[in-house]
Write a protein that binds this ligand. Structure first.
Ligand code: AMP
Ligand code: MG
Length: 427
């Protein structure tokens, strides 16, 4: 009863906690390491969607090449049609792909969408505003067309010599279409980053290997592996999935050494907090160097950046994400996304926030900057997912965005908050 409790009798001081690092500082430090030196490759314009352009694309032609008709109708000299209901003889017929003769004064040319407007014509009257007469040899023009009506001007889309796509652009369907429109069947893009990923944790089970009803007590399925691979692939990475690495130092060292040999980046989830089961830090330290950061964000916080040396003298980047699924997901979007884009030389790394109205309250402030899982409602406001725990992946699935909420602040319904759409963050 009176025996001294050793824990109470000799209180050991709590280990000094390193101050939390602001997210902006973490991002700055990380991007300082993301040198875009993967090299350049030429790919078919067909397959270039999502890739990062390695050099400016300059138009060697004008689009459209000639003034052409925006409508099916009649090309005229507007001065010939100023009297209502002017009747003109039809002097020629010009289909798309043909080039007509100069338009004789006092006549009209039957013309079709995309066909070059003949010299002398200064307007096209769409056929709905005309009436064909005398077996289509004449046409009545029912309106008085202004100069330039329904004519697409040469070069109104692309001027010769214009930089149509800029180095560092991540190509979209619109960019590949535009490149094809100036005759380019190949584009120079950054090589894809090769990323090896693995998960750590003896509690993890790969779906498909054990049925839910047969799961041992304490086991959970590895969900991080699935979303991390998908996110990396969306960002243009070639991913090697090394599965689950057991919670042992030797296994972790072996996995890292093998991964570094053939990859630009090693991405892990779990095992970067300070628990004694966490072998990532000693393993990376043995093969290179590792910084453990405690980032002042919620969800998130533990994050590791370092490198793993290769036999050839080079090194692979090492990034360790937290194990909690939502922390892992959000930290990826905030830090790994810009990192792998920067490796490819992408010019735009951030997704700007939009000011939107909160249709919820957050009465309790947090010491850390929060990324709240929210969804837009039909009234243009935002709803908050009820459970913001970093283990609840349902919040990520339900949400269509996150609110970037500053530390130490509360939210009242009606306040304007900073919304970042997930669709853009995951693209
Ligand atoms: P750790 O960062 O390893 O301490 O893990 C933190 C929490 O995240 C623990 O509850 C783990 O079970 C969980 N966790 C770690 N890795 C994964 C994963 N790959 N999939 C799902 N949950 C995980
Ligand atoms: Mg773990």
């Amino acid at each position: 009863m009176n025996a001294p409790n050793p824990d109470r009798a000799t209180p050991t001081p709590a280990p000094a906690r390193a101050p939390l690092m602001p997210l902006d500082e973490a991002l700055e430090r990380l991007l300082a390491q993301a040198v875009a030196n993967l090299g350049v490759e030429s790919v078919s314009t067909f397959d270039a969607d999502g890739r990062v352009l390695a050099q400016d694309v300059v138009a060697q032609m004008t689009v459209p090449p000639l003034d052409n008709s925006a409508m099916d109708g009649y090309a005229v000299r507007s001065a010939d049609c100023q009297a209502a209901g002017a009747v003109l003889p039809v002097s020629q017929r010009i289909a798309a792909g043909q080039v007509g003769q100069p338009l004789a004064p006092g006549t009209a040319a039957r013309i079709f969408t995309g066909a070059p407007v003949p010299a002398g014509a200064d307007a096209v009257v769409m056929q709905e505003d005309t009436e064909a007469l005398a077996g289509r040899t004449q046409v009545r023009i029912r309106i008085a067309p202004a100069v330039g009506l329904s004519i697409r001007r040469a070069g109104e889309d692309v001027a010769h010599g214009a930089v149509v796509l800029a180095k560092g652009e991540r190509l979209t369907p619109a960019s590949t279409g535009l490149a094809a429109g100036i005759g380019l069947d190949r584009l120079s893009v950054s090589r894809r980053p090769r990323v090896a990923m693995f998960s750590t944790g003896d509690e993890l089970v790969t779906p498909g290997t054990v049925a839910p009803e047969a799961m041992p007590l304490g086991a959970i399925y590895n969900s991080n592996r699935y979303f991390l691979r998908a996110l990396l692939q969306r960002l243009g990475c070639e991913v090697t999935d090394l599965g689950i690495v057991p919670d042992s130092l030797d296994a972790t060292v072996d996995a890292l050494r093998g991964a570094a040999a053939e990859h630009d980046v090693i991405l892990t989830s779990g095992g970067v907090s300070v628990g004694e089961e966490d072998h990532v830090k000693p393993a990376v330290t043995r093969l290179g160097a590792l910084d453990l950061w405690q980032i002042a964000i919620k969800p998130g916080k533990p994050f590791a950046y370092g490198h793993v040396r290769r036999a050839d003298g080079g090194a692979a980047h090492f990034i360790g994400l937290p194990g909690n699924p939502v922390s892992s997901f959000v930290t990826f979007l905030l830090l790994v996304r810009p990192f792998v884009l920067a490796l490819q030389g992408a010019a735009k790394l951030d997704v700007p926030a939009i000011a939107l109205r909160a249709d919820f309250a957050l009465p309790k402030a947090d010491k850390r900057r929060e990324f709240l899982r929210v969804r837009r409602n039909a009234q243009g406001g935002l709803e908050l997912f009820a459970n913001q725990s970093s283990g609840v992946l349902t919040s990520m699935h339900w949400a269509d965005g996150v609110v970037d909420h500053p530390a130490g602040a509360t939210i009242a319904a009606g306040d304007t908050v900073r919304f970042i759409p997930l669709a853009e963050l995951m693209a």
